[in-house]
Design a protein around this ligand. Sequence first.
Ligand code: PEP
Ligand code: MG
Length: 585
Amino acid sequence: MRLVLTGSGASRGKALGRARLEQPSRFLVDETRLDEADIAAELARLEHALADARAELRTLRDKLSGPLAREVAEFIDAHSLILADPEFVNGLRDLVSQGRMHASAALKLQRDSLVAVFEAMDDPYLRSRREDIEHVIGRVQGALSRESSIEERKLASRVGEILVSDTVAPSELVPLAEHGVLGFVLTAGSTLSHSAILSRSLRLPMVVGAHEALSHVQDGDLVLVDGDRGEIIVHPTAQDLAGYRLWQREAAQHDQRLECLRTVETRTIDGVAINLHANAEMTADVAQARANGAAGIGLYRTEFLFLQRREVPTEEEQFLAYRDVVLGMGGLPVTIRTLDLGADKIDNAGLALREEPNPALGVRGVRLSLRVPGLLRTQLRAILRTTGYGPVRILVPMVSCVEEIEAVRRELRACAKDLRTQGHEIADHFELGAMIEVPAAAIALPSMIRMLDFVSIGTNDLIQYTLAVDRGNDALGDLYDPLHPAVLRLLAQIIATGGRAGKPVAMCGEMAGDTVFTPLLLALGLTEFSMHPRALLEVRERINALDRSVLRRLAPKLLRATSRKRIADLLGQMRVELPAVTTSA
Ligand code: PEP
Ligand code: MG
């Protein structure tokens, strides 16, 4: 029976495919049959993963302190008991040795049968214990997947599948896409998570916050994911399919229309030239940036290089990857951001990071780079070596104080000196900029700007930190409001501070690539935008139809507005349709 589930669209477009459920999420299950010869090795992997999971629980227990320590310890003990249960462990071993299953598939089967037992219980408390099973098995799956190489994890073909899961890690997205996954339906997550950003890069539709998906979709169901509307149609009807085909035709026509704008200048109707740069994390983004006439790469996120693997990439590897981007842009400027691992991105980066209770406010971005010995130096050396191949700027994420910029500058000078002594060809001058994404940096920018050659506004984080709204928490989605008066005032201040100091100000957060906000950003005086390369043509089309001087005159009123409603009215005068926001009026 046709069923429509809703969530939030995190990556646009539509896809039609077979549902593939991952529960608990994050783990690729290899369902192929094991060869006799591989059984012993697979059993060893299983034992290893079980031992790792037990050790993790022990470490967790040892670290407990505070008022809830006893209760938490009870949970951990319950999980440890499951892991020590001979029936559970022997069952898994049998599935591998006799059932010829890969450890991941054996775990999934164990999970499914145990969950079914718990779900059949009348006692609501006991029924709720199924979660413990999920967590324990998830922990073992986690240990297992850390053991398997990306290569192994890619094995199972995912052609024509729509992944339905609670979350998906950024590092899993690419192997999944390469193996044929067409779209993502996530019960949790947010449109600003790194996975969502990656999914947009990969042009794969994604719907997040589809809370009911895992309980209403079965493996193999035909599903139509609509990333534009944030909808999932399970068992689409003939009419839905006809609608999908129509959409495919229209999307192709729209693409064609936009393609005419590839070589067109970006200029408002009153003649102001606007710089449209592209954000990139993969080489495909660089190709698309070129194809769509980007003026440069405004944000090259280097995390990607670190997430795809278990060890920290060497200077040489980093250099080659960055140089490809510089060469790929054929002389156009490339802004390379130093590592911004943190919060939603720490995964399998080969960096032994300590677990933190609140990683978004923890050791991420420049804080991490300055703390892990050699990390920043290796990266800066790699970046500096690319300056001999084209114009390169260096951008530092998560800056909150001037001392961090000073420390990076010192390191940069030392690296440049060493490289020159070692005979490397590097540019005489290179620009250093900071992401303005922490409110402290935005507010203190007047005293920081002299240390910087340029700044780039990271609205994704700036909004989350200004409003104290986790960008990855879908329950707070409607409070994450780019039009909050506090956000608008900060944006205006940053742009004005840069203007007064004669330093370029760009914006590279998602807001820059959303045509809904284009008139507003022009009104605030922004002239350099960096966005996903896919958004370039639409933003260009929008800018080329706007009169900047008219918009600029509205800016003072916008900044005086005290409510979202008033801001919405003013934007209405700019003929801007706003996304529906239900709170914070
Ligand atoms: C931002 O915070 O706006 C940004 C561009 O950085 P990221 O999304 O990688 O945190
Ligand atoms: Mg950021």
